[in-house]
Design a protein around this ligand. Structure first.
Ligand code: MN
Length: 293
């Protein structure tokens, strides 16, 4: 298996400060294909320079290791929560270092947060997503990727969740969103802007899980997603959010989810931009840990 570009080799994995874990699971999506997301992101990362120009950082100096993918147990195929527990079992085996998970459909975030929350590693959750994902149930499935933020809010407390970049929900979902902190996509273009949003959310020292649904980007630059939503963020705006959040919060784990290579266009732009976001997360982890502004 191809590792994410810049990863330590297996013989050096004990040196890792950060770890990458693929979760090739799309069992709770309607339109399948995001199980291919981790591989597509790894493949796309080979097309980018590992020298991050704007930060003057060589990624292979940051010491991260790509562990590969979680092995999902097929006997629990028909129970999404059993699959969720399988994911947590994998995380249990690993040491407490900052992580990046590669999805997979967005439902993977719930079991990951659940595990980390119950072990005292995460206190709050930030979603960057085009969709509210706040339905109580979707087509009879409470663990659908359309319900994931609702399940997480019920778990960690509504006051501990924040959503950024949202521009789509049902009317019923919208009525329940007043319980959480939300910055919709239009706010980035308002007077408050990205910096204003970051000043409000990025200044608390609490262990945070940052979940990035790649569909928060405009479909013009991220077409390979299950539910493309027009009028999305630019990659520059998303990167600014990632930088500010990781600078201001103790982000112990992140994910980049919903890359669906079956729905992507031929040049693989969705996977490429997702790989770029993963690189940025790793660089921001390193800058925070080395107090390098
Ligand atoms: Mn979404």
């Amino acid at each position: 298996m191809m590792k994410l570009a810049g990863s330590l080799s297996e013989k050096d994995k004990e040196k890792a400060l950060y770890e990458i874990i693929g979760v090739p699971y799309d069992g709770n999506a309607i339109n399948k294909g995001s199980r291919g997301g981790p591989k597509a992101i790894r493949d796309a990362s080979q097309r980018l320079e590992t020298f991050l120009w704007h930060k003057k950082l060589e990624l292979s100096d940051l010491l991260y290791y790509d562990y590969g993918d979680i092995k999902l147990k097929l006997e629990s195929e028909h129970n999404p929560l059993f699959k969720a527990q399988n994911i947590a079992e994998f995380v249990l085996e690993h040491t407490r270092i900052r992580r990046v998970f590669l999805g997979g459909d967005h439902s993977i975030t719930y079991p990951l947060v659940k595990y980390l929350f119950e072990h005292g590693e995460v206190a709050s959750v930030i979603f960057i997503d085009a969709h509210a994902d706040f339905r109580d149930s979707y087509l009879g499935n409470k663990y659908s990727n359309a319900c994931v933020m609702r399940r997480i809010a019920e778990l960690v407390g509504f006051e501990h969740v924040t959503e950024i970049g949202v521009r789509s929900s049902s009317a019923d979902e919208y009525a329940s969103l007043n319980k959480i902190a939300i910055y919709d996509a239009d706010v980035m273009l308002s007077e408050k802007g990205v910096q204003g949003v970051l000043e409000e959310i990025g200044k608390r020292e609490e262990k945070t899980y940052l979940s990035i649904d790649i569909d928060v980007l405009d479909p013009g630059i991220a077409p390979g997603v299950e539910h493309p939503e027009p009028c999305g963020l630019s990659l520059e705006t998303l990167i600014s959010l990632v930088q500010g959040i990781i600078k201001g919060r103790d982000v112990v784990a992140s994910d980049v989810v919903e890359v669906n290579p079956r729905l992507d266009i031929a040049n693989g732009i969705t996977s490429l931009n997702a790989a770029r976001v993963v690189f940025e997360i790793l660089a921001c982890y390193w800058k925070r840990d080395n107090r390098d502004d």
